[in-house]
Ligand binder design. Sequence first.
Ligand SMILES: Cc1ncc(C[n+]2csc(CCOP(=O)(O)OP(=O)(O)O)c2C)c(N)n1
Length: 684
Amino acid sequence: MESTQPTSARAPAQDFDWPAIALQVLRSRRLDELEEAQLAPTGEVPYQFSAKGHELAQVLLGLQLTQGHDAAGVYYRSRPFMLAAGLELDEALAAGMGMAGSPSEGRDVGVVFSLPPRRGVTVLPASGDVGAQYTPAAGWAQAINYQTEVLGDRQWQGAIAVALGGEGSVASNGFWSALTIATTQQLPMLFFIEDNGYGISVPGHFQTPGGDIAANLAAFEGLTVLSGSGTEPAETAALVAAAVAGVRGGDGPCLLRLQVPRLAGHTFIDNQAYKDGSELEAELASDPLPALAAHVGQATWEALDRQARQEVAQALERARARRPHDEAAARYLFFDGTPALVGGSRHEPGPAVAAPNLSGPRINMIEAVRGVMEQTLRDNPRAVVFGEDVGAKGGVHGATVGLQAAFGQQRVFDTSLSEEGIIGRAVGMALAGLLPIPEIQFRKYADPATEQINDLGTLRWRTAGKFAAPIVVRLPVGFSKKIGDPWHSVTGEAVFAHTLGWRLAFPSNAADAAGLLRQALRDQDPTFFFEHRALLDSAEARRPDPGPDYCLPFGQAARLLTGDSLTLVTWGAMVHRCLEAAKAFVDRVDLLDLRTIAPWDRKAVLESVRRTGKVLIVHEDTWTAGFGAEVASTIAEQAFEYLDSPPRRLATPDVPIPYSLALMGQVLPGVEAIAAAIDELLTF
Ligand SMILES: Cc1ncc(C[n+]2csc(CCOP(=O)(O)OP(=O)(O)O)c2C)c(N)n1
């Protein structure tokens, strides 16, 4: 095998504890064999992934991540690493069986792991999405620098973040996004690529030209690249040690590519028909175990193997004695008062005032948002604000003007142009104890971050409450007063309302914006915070500054008009159009501004509809499966007998927002259309 020998001056003349390494390798191997021979065929482990062939490389890595604040982003073939990081054999088996007492408590696939630190490394909650492990690891790496340089916490000195991945994952967005972040910022991050030549059945040359990511990255600036065997004990050990020591020692990021065989199918049901006989033979010939046996000596090897087999057999008994998981499946989606073991800001919030100060100076929505961020940065040293153009420029909407000058480039910073990177990095930083407040420049540009958004929403749930990454993502949304278009004018709240584990605020005025943002930053769940472009600097959304402690809990609608004939439910910029339209129907319209979409105030809506008997729901997001459908169906289910007419909706038809104002006027619900709908319903 071709190899780039470690050249780093930091490459240590390390004494490796070969018996300890061999024992971990053997435990992993015997575990895989047990599953393949017995537990997968009988269905006791219904979804089995073997790591045979990868063990040596991973164990060598795992045994070196002991700093205390090291972190690893792993993937489904990382079980040997997990064992080296402190996962018990019976936990590993219980995970595959879906039993209680496993890292996910039966919620996730048995090899999709997470682990609070046991031997010095935190295993970040893994994802089933190939490549999704990279950007959170980059976020942790950035947090290492933040902890030492900004917070002065010397315990983080020398910590590193590692992301493990197969060669298939080097084609993923997450890999490139993290590589950009780590190299441009010179973060202490190791990309640990286990190249087994196949992504399920697809050969490596589909993932990177020529199939060798190390060769292709040889000239990448700011990156140390190492490559070689992941199966020859001395060589693999030297490479892993050099990579870890270089990153720990401050050399900046490193990519280490190790060639390993995959000695089983992708999963248990994959028969590898796409490999021919000679290839399978060659793979068997590069099994790392015989070389390792020779390295430790046959007698020692055999004794260790007996020990490993016995441990695995005993672990099976213990795993089988575990209860099937019996906790409510709905638990841990949101914070329920049980603090996570890893992640979330431990900052003590200031006092909360429930009523806004009504005599403060009038502020617009963008000032309200900026003010809360400024206050948070001042009061909480763990708060960080970032996104595209938020640094020197102060954001394309002006929300962060002056913040970088006031708080410095490590607390308020521009990012590379990758929304996956913005959200994934935020996840890693939150797991490392910071409070990230990322901005996505426009709602539509959250599209590339979808994977990280979805994975974050289930992170607490997947880890049965052990991990949490509360972040508040600010997103300017909707049409602007002067212009529309399909890219900058999306609201799309229905998609986010459907995204599990997230809360969503959609304020219609400056005071609500301040109260909701402050509340979101104190709470423990990931939150989308919508800032409507037409309201950022508009007279209708201007309000007296509600004061520095004003907090507005989520799920509380505001009654803006009181009436007895029709309930009008709306949110965001449509609130102001509805207010205008309702002027012609004095005392008849009960107007509710939902203010938050997740959770939404069902109680207030149902109470109102039970009084009025009629309801109109108005929103800017498109019609089909819009959030209005959710509100309408809830009313139909829970207040049907009170209704005097069918629930009605008015929304943007299922077309994009056009550029020309005339065309835009055709699609957005306008004051006249709203008034006509109210009129029609009242006379129904
Ligand atoms: C985003 C995403 N796309 C596709 C898949 C399906 N899938 C699971 S594993 C895999 C191959 C990954 O290969 P590689 O990264 O080389 O790792 P290996 O399995 O070889 O260790 C694919 C395509 C997935 N899980 N996630």
